[in-house]
Ligand binder design. Structure first.
Ligand SMILES: [Fe+2]
Length: 287
């Protein structure tokens, strides 16, 4: 059994409100006028002082394209994902960053493994990687932000046989290493160990090159999908609508039991997110 630290959800109700307002291009004044909710109340919730009641949450959700019931449960702090056991995956701390990095093994009876998002203090990360005699075949990088790849150089020099896999649009963030990186193309699969494969899934929206990696019933989502939330949008070509559309089309079509290992916050499952993530609604998830 895998022991996960008990992590807070990545996003507070204020964060969810801020992301949906930005995504819907509504400022506080416009949202207040559209929902008949007082501006100071919205300002307070954005700062996580208090939360909307059921009636207010319903009105806000209607204007922000959210599912009202899910947003209400979120506003009450009434949702947290269930237990997710992933014996092939180990999380590593990326201090000083607040992000999650992982090591995933191809199989328990094989030495092959991949590192997902090498970031944080390189000495700490390398010490952790050396604790087990694994053969690191790949360094999988979900996107270009420092808290997901700023230890790439240190890890690549320590494990020269490990191939870096990163979307070419985001790859300039790793400097000269980008030249040898395996690019990410939709539906491409990389052999992983004797019996497994890594499916590369581009999901632009958080950044233009943001991508997810699927290995059997495991899905590494970086900052695309979090437990009960989605990443913010920092791309030039792709934005909020692309992010949500990509999650619906590429991730929510995976089996319910698929374990989601995000770049921040606790693990979750595809089925739980399809049912409870406030950025999506029941109507669309049944189509
Ligand atoms: Fe990010």
């Amino acid at each position: 059994m895998n022991q996960w630290p008990k992590l807070d959800l990545e996003d507070t109700v204020g964060d969810v409100l801020r992301k949906t307002m930005r995504g819907s291009r509504l400022d506080v004044r416009t949202l207040a006028a559209a929902t008949n909710v007082a501006e100071p109340s919205i300002e307070a919730w954005l700062a996580d002082r208090g939360a909307p009641d059921s009636n207010e949450a319903t009105r806000l959700a209607a204007s922000l394209g959210m599912d009202a019931q899910r947003f209400q449960r979120r506003a009450k702090g009434a949702w947290y994902p269930g237990e997710v056991a992933t014996p092939l995956v180990r999380q590593h701390p990326q201090l000083p960053h607040p992000s999650n990095g992982y090591v995933v093994r191809a199989a328990l009876d094989e030495p092959f493994a991949a590192i997902v998002d090498p970031a944080g203090d390189p000495a700490v990360l390398l010490a952790r990687l050396r604790e087990r005699p694994l053969e690191y075949s790949y360094i999988l990088i979900t996107h270009k932000h420092d808290d997901h790849c700023d230890a790439a150089e240190a890890v690549a020099s320590a494990y020269p046989n490990a191939r870096i896999v990163m979307h070419e649009v985001d790859a300039p963030a790793i400097g000269a290493l980008a030249a040898d990186a395996i690019p990410i193309r939709k539906a491409d699969r990389l052999p992983f160990g004797g019996r497994n494969a890594i499916e590369l899934i581009p999901t632009p929206g958080h950044t233009d090159g943001s991508s997810c990696f699927r290995i059997g019933d495991l899905l590494f989502t970086g900052d695309t999908l979090f437990a009960g939330s989605v990443g913010g949008c920092f791309g030039d070509r792709f934005g909020y609508d692309d992010l949500l559309a990509n999650i619906r089309r590429e991730l929510f079509t995976l089996p319910d039991a698929t374990a989601v290992l995000p770049g921040h916050g606790p693990p979750t499952r595809i089925g739980w997110e399809r049912q409870e993530n406030p950025f999506f609604s029941n109507e669309e998830s049944s189509t």
